[in-house]
Ligand binder design. Structure first.
Ligand code: ZN
Length: 497
């Protein structure tokens, strides 16, 4: 057996352990009884330790070094890409002692249950000491990883390899004033009527309709399943087993319908990775930002377009006769309503990035020591007021709303906003190469778009960084002009700006 083959076999064990941890994590959020939290923490910490030990063993390093002498020098070949990516993963992972990895897994698993209760009771105090411990661990983690300018660079880099705090700040501040201006101009116009979305909608019918839509998009239910959870997500146990979850509301169509499109966008990315990369460390998405570009493209650029609803609205009316009298124009306006609101996951396309820019600033300042955990509710509410002109009535609608920090995910939030920007950049490129795309979408045909995404983005798995992939796909860099132009165009029509 060649050294490269031996490396693949060894890394295959690491991938399997990670997939097993993902199964336990999925179960935890969809099925597990609350009383099982400690047992689950123990199981996950054992698997995390085993995974860490196998991956960071010197034997892995020797195999990487030896295998490098066996492979060609084609930058994008499977072998060269795998070695490049695994070397970086290895360097990152070997910076953490096994005891720290175990502590991290245990703490964040227990924190999840604490957060669920604190959020339900609108009680930040109940979560405060847990969050303090998580932030201490996050800071330690940044020190282990190392950074040049800001500890946040180290954490951000785990989700967006190579990206810096300064770069994110530049991109965010580059479009923040234009978002604020757009939202202000919209607020001076009469508000659109979104009452059609607030009828009573039976949950089983919501599920059936949304599943039909995402299967039509191309979500493969032979290799994917949908379940229910408090906080919707997508997780993958390989190219051929991808799970999505949904949150339902009886009297509001958006969370399940657009949430399902969103998670299916993630799922189709995972399902679209080349089969021969399954079980290797190149399986999965390039980065969270690119992942989010896929979910947001299906949810918003496609799912909230007039063309799409010219095809889908008649079927929605068949499912829900209470919508019989709603015109396409009225429905299109309703689903594109812009409103300053408290909850990120329910935010519209115009205000969404402002929610992220707020969280980015807070995380950066927590890590930088400029904000203390105990002051978070106050800081959150003050900064929220400054950006949105409204103050959350309680912490459940404020600082406690997101699952991320309880899971130890610090540095993750910026990827959502980067995903929005990339969704439009990639879509515009696809349309430039296939000008018939908008007409196809208006006919309920999504094969050309999904095929283009598979070929240009999904199939590569983790081979390229976000910057490399974006350069290959669009010829340029991440920028906000395309996204702002897209919003101006769409919301100009909706609000008559
Ligand atoms: Zn997402």
């Amino acid at each position: 057996m060649s050294k490269y083959q031996a490396l693949l076999t060894r890394l295959g064990d690491v991938v399997s352990l990670r997939e097993a941890m993902a199964v336990l994590g999925y179960d935890q959020q969809t099925q597990m009884p609350a009383g099982a939290a400690e047992g689950r923490a123990r199981q996950l910490s054992t698997l995390a330790r085993m995974e860490h030990e196998i991956f960071t063993d010197d034997a892995t390093k020797h195999l990487i070094d030896d295998a490098e002498n066996e492979v060609d020098d084609v930058y994008e070949s499977d072998a060269v890409s795998l070695l490049r990516v695994v070397k970086q993963d290895y360097e990152e992972a070997t910076k953490f002692p096994a005891s720290f990895v175990e502590e991290w897994a245990k703490e964040t698993t227990l924190a999840h249950e604490t957060w669920v209760h604190a959020r339900a009771n609108k009680d930040f105090k109940a979560f405060e000491s847990t969050l303090e411990r998580i932030m201490v661990l996050a800071h330690k983690s940044a020190e282990f990883l190392g950074y040049k300018e800001h500890p946040y660079d180290a954490l951000l880099g785990r989700f967006e390899r190579g990206m810096t705090t300064a770069e994110v700040d530049r991109i965010f501040e580059g479009h923040r004033p234009r978002l604020v201006d757009l939202i202000s101009r919209i607020s001076q116009k009469p508000q659109v009527d979104d009452s059609p979305l607030h009828h009573h909608f039976e949950q089983d019918k919501q599920r059936e309709f949304a599943m039909n839509v995402v299967q039509r998009f191309g979500f493969d239910t032979h290799r994917g399943v949908q379940a229910v959870s408090v906080h919707p997500f997508c997780t993958s146990f390989g190219v051929n087993d991808v799970r999505i979850t949904t949150r339902f509301e009886d009297n509001f169509l958006n969370p399940a319908l657009f949430g399902m499109m969103h998670e299916a966008g993630h799922a189709m990315y995972e399902q679209g990775v080349a089969q021969h990369l399954d079980g290797t460390m190149l399986s999965g998405g390039t980065s969270l930002g690119v992942h989010e570009s896929q979910s947001r493209m299906w949810e918003n650029v496609v799912g909230r377009s007039k063309g799409f609803w010219s095809w889908a609205l008649p079927m929605l009316k068949e499912t829900f006769p209470q919508l019989a009298d709603v015109s396409l124009d009225a429905f299109y306006k309703a689903i594109n309503k812009v409103e300053r609101s408290f909850i990120r996951v329910e935010a519209d396309e115009a205000t969404y990035n402002l929610h992220i820019i707020l969280r980015f600033g807070i995380e950066r300042d927590l890590l930088g020591g400029k904000v203390a955990v105990k002051d978070l509710p106050k800081v959150w509410n003050e900064r929220f007021e400054a950006s949105f002109g409204i103050t959350p009535p309680h912490d459940g609608l404020g600082v406690l709303q997101d699952v991320h920090w309880s899971s130890g995910l610090v540095g993750y939030f910026p990827t959502y906003a980067l995903g929005n920007l990339l969704s439009v950049q990639y879509y515009n490129t696809a349309v430039a190469q296939h000008p018939s795309l908008p007409d196809e979408i208006a006919n309920g045909e999504f094969g050309t778009l999904l095929g283009w995404l598979h070929d240009n983005i999904h199939a590569h798995g983790r081979k390229f960084t976000t910057a490399e992939l974006t350069k290959r796909v669009t010829g340029g860099e991440i920028e906000s002009d395309s996204y702002i132009a897209y919003l101006e165009n769409k919301l100009g029509e909706v609000y008559g700006l």
